[in-house]
Design a protein around this ligand. Structure first.
Ligand code: GLN
Length: 304
């Protein structure tokens, strides 16, 4: 299969969508990003890689960081994690408050903001230096020590994080947060601010595509079954209230972020990352989703 040619075809097919949608601007620093960028990067199990467009430009990974935080939390507390959150798709927005109220402070899943705030709480309770541990893990996964937090983006988000502050307060009220709420919100927001390129994300996610091998990267060790489960949560909960639509159109486990990135995998075959900042109303990249839909259609390589 000529993957480079396929990526080129996809690029020309998604180009007419350029200009549709808006980038996230509720995080002031993200409003400054040039929205008209597009990158894609593919990694095959045999080590081959294919790239196109702005695949080397770093962007804010935002909620894609929740996959890394979940991996760390599972490695720290194992099955006990599921006493503090569920594993069902939410069908509501990533920062929904009402579902958390109805469900008495138990987040639907680890990939809504409430769930990831609990992951941050677990990291704060168990790790001496959670911020350092997290970034070391991501650097090891992607094989690049240059990856870092963007403190400007993190502080910008913290300055307007009214809704996430409400979520962490509600969690604390229901005794699902052990640490100081400011520390939890800060760690969560810093994890979201990490910047990676499509190339680096596809390198990191190849580790999840290798789900038939034990996962051992830096200080994080997971069993094959734990990786399988993280992948399965990506499939059912990776795209907020659009997880069904993504599964329907693309047919891969994956995770999106409001920075416009999407990382997805086909276990034992490949990982793929795509980025374009303009989002649809659910907070997913318009060109990114279309590119992945075309990729699995043109290659016939989706898990279904
Ligand atoms: N930091 C963002 C927030 O909490 C992440 C949201 C996302 O990417 N869906 O609002």
């Amino acid at each position: 299969m000529d993957y480079q040619k396929i990526l080129e075809n996809i690029y020309s097919e998604v180009l007419p969508l350029r200009g549709e949608g808006e980038q996230a601007d509720y995080i002031p620093a993200l409003a400054q990003v040039n929205p008209d960028q597009f990158g894609i990067s593919l990694r095959l199990m045999d080590g081959r890689g294919f790239e196109l467009g702005d695949s080397a430009v770093r962007f804010s990974i935002q909620s894609i960081s929740k996959v890394f935080a979940l991996s760390i939390a599972v490695s720290l507390v194992g099955e006990n994690l599921w006493e503090r959150m569920g594993k069902e798709p939410s069908g509501s927005s990533f920062n929904s408050l009402f579902q958390l109220e109805l469900e008495k402070g138990i987040p639907r899943n680890p990939f809504v903001n409430a769930g990831a705030l609990v992951l941050a709480d677990i990291m704060l309770s168990r790790l001496e230096d959670p911020e350092g541990f997290f970034i070391d893990f991501v650097r090891t996964l992607a094989g690049n020590p240059g990856i870092d937090y963007n403190r400007n983006v993190a502080e910008s988000e913290l300055s307007t994080a009214y809704l996430n502050a409400a979520i962490v307060n509600l969690l604390k009220y229901h005794r699902n947060i052990d640490n100081d709420i400011r520390d939890v919100l800060r760690l969560y927001t810093y994890m979201c601010s990490v910047e990676m390129s499509c190339a680096e994300l596809s390198d990191a996610f190849v580790c999840y595509a290798r789900s038939n091998e034990p996962f051992s990267h830096g200080n994080v060790r997971l069993t094959k079954s734990q990786v399988k489960r993280i992948n399965s949560i990506m499939q059912t909960c990776g795209f907020y209230d659009e997880a069904g639509e993504f599964s329907f159109l693309v047919g891969l486990p994956g995770k999106s972020g409001v920075g416009g990135g999407i990382a997805a995998i086909y276990p034992s075959r490949y990982s793929i990352a795509v980025w374009s900042p303009r989002l649809n109303s659910r907070g997913n990249s318009i060109m990114g989703m279309k590119a992945l839909e075309l990729f699995t259609t043109e290659t016939s390589e989706s898990i279904f």
